[in-house]
Design a protein around this ligand. Structure first.
Ligand SMILES: [Zn+2]
Length: 84
């Protein structure tokens, strides 16, 4: 099982995660605390975490979008900003 740590610290989305999303694998989401979630793909055998409380100050919002991770509020704000 590969552990990619927190998405918040990523500089870019790992290739494995991109491929996994293209293949539309079912990602298992698990709440691990306030604003913290862990995501695991059992097929690819990797896991990563997201701290969505970091959203506002985080510069990696495109990354969050890239891997399809948003809290509902954050997603709405993002869409409004980007008009998508
Ligand atoms: Zn996968």
């Amino acid at each position: 099982m590969t552990n990619y740590g927190y998405v918040n610290g990523w500089k870019e989305t790992p290739e494995q995660v991109k491929k996994c999303r293209e293949l539309k694998h079912k990602i298992i989401e698990k709440n691990i605390g306030r604003c913290r979630n862990q995501y695991t793909c059992e097929i690819c055998q990797y896991t990563y975490k997201v701290d969505s409380s970091d959203w506002k100050k985080n510069k990696n919002r495109d990354l969050f979008a890239d891997i399809g991770l948003f809290s509902t509020r954050a997603e709405l704000e993002y869409r409004k900003e980007r008009r998508v």
